[in-house]
Design a binder for this molecule. Structure first.
Ligand SMILES: Nc1nc2c(ncn2[C@@H]2O[C@H](COP(=O)(O)OP(=O)(O)O)[C@@H](O)[C@H]2O)c(=O)[nH]1
Ligand SMILES: [Mg+2]
Length: 334
């Protein structure tokens, strides 16, 4: 509904569009504590369990409205953390606009192999352009003592520095034990605003997702649109039983549940559809080969080439997605 607001009343839009920050990282990295430091009050609890929905909260930070979204962490101990990371990543909802900044929270320490796997997963899910929207936030700044975070980065290994180089927002450090120190927040917000400027002020929207993920999300949205009546009926039902904050909590839970169901259905359909297309491609290939054996002419070769392109079209487009495009700016998305 606010799509055109920024064009009509830029002043109003600037006042009400908050800077959306999403905290990502492993359990115990310090996401919730960092969220509290940013907001300057104790909002996020430390024991968010897997499966818990992300919580968001906002405040005005020196005239900049800031909304922080905390997420349950990626499991450190779980061997099979694939699923886990994806659960968190999927919870970046679609009705609301995407975040302006992903904050990858890491306690001051070296990056391990496992971290690189997690980063690879983030990239698979969001596409390679996700790093333009990412800032690395080191926590436990109190451990630094005499040295600075720059010293630590200077002495760190190549892997870590190469990774940070990819991130549009660079890095920052928080001492969450001293959350009253709001100077650390001021410079953090400034870094995010610089990164936003480089991204043309846009948030991480659906147009930046990899092709497969985009398809799934589009289908999910259409399923949700189909179920709009059912959703509003359920909301009305809740209004009869709950009030105030509890109503809002229940409402969010219901929406989240329906979103998850729609996501699963969309995933299933998209996978099935791409399987059907592949099978059709193979049938065409077989026909082409049969024709080539039977006929001594050129056009069965054309059929074979065409069917091969068909079968491998997904692989080809995913390669082309890795190539940065210069026209991104023209797309609308704030
Ligand atoms: N000393 C110190 N402890 C921190 C800092 N940030 C987080 N912690 C502690 O690390 C633990 C995990 O933090 P939490 O915010 O719950 O991590 P989350 O799982 O990523 O949300 C808590 O006991 C925090 O008090 C920090 O900057 N310094
Ligand atoms: Mg937490």
């Amino acid at each position: 509904p606010c799509d055109n607001l920024h064009k009509l009343w830029p002043q109003l839009w600037m006042t009400y569009k908050p800077l959306r920050i999403m905290l990502l990282g492993k359990c115990g990295a310090g996401k919730s504590s960092s969220g509290n430091t940013i907001l300057g009050r104790h909002v996020f609890k430390s024991d968010m369990k897997l499966g818990a929905v992300p919580i968001d909260a906002g405040k005005n930070f020196k005239d900049v409205p800031v909304a922080v979204i905390d997420t349950p962490g990626f499991f450190e101990k779980d061997r099979n953390n694939n699923l886990n990371v994806q659960e968190v990543l999927k919870s970046v909802t679609l009705q609301e606009d995407g975040p302006h900044a992903f904050v990858l929270v890491v306690p001051i320490a070296r990056m391990t192999q496992e971290d690189q796997d997690t980063n690879a997963l983030i990239e698979t899910m969001f596409g390679p352009r996700v790093w333009h929207y990412t800032i690395v936030l080191f926590t436990h700044g109190d451990l630094l003592n005499e040295s600075t975070i720059n010293d630590v980065i200077t002495e760190s290994d190549d892997n870590l520095r190469n990774f940070i180089r990819k991130c549009g927002g660079g890095f920052h450090v928080f001492n969450n034990k001293n959350s009253q120190d709001q100077d650390q927040v001021t410079s953090f917000i400034a870094k995010i605003q610089t990164m936003m400027a480089l991204n043309g002020g846009r948030c991480y929207g659906a147009d930046l997702y990899p092709k497969e993920e985009k398809k799934i999300r589009e289908r999910q949205i259409s399923i949700l649109t189909e179920r709009a009546n059912e959703i509003s009926r359920k909301e009305k039902g809740l209004e009869e039983h709950y009030k105030g904050e509890e109503l809002e909590k229940q409402r969010k839970a219901v929406v989240r549940k329906i979103e998850t169901e729609a996501r699963l259905a969309a995933e299933k359909e998209t996978k099935r559809n791409s399987k059907i297309w592949k099978i059709l491609g193979y049938i065409l290939l077989i026909v082409g080969i049969c024709l080539a054996v039977g006929l001594q002419s050129l056009w069965p070769i054309v059929v074979i080439v065409f069917s091969l392109l068909w079968i491998f079209s997904e692989e080809l487009t995913s390669i082309s997605e890795k190539i940065p495009r210069p026209h991104e700016k023209n797309k609308k998305n704030e």
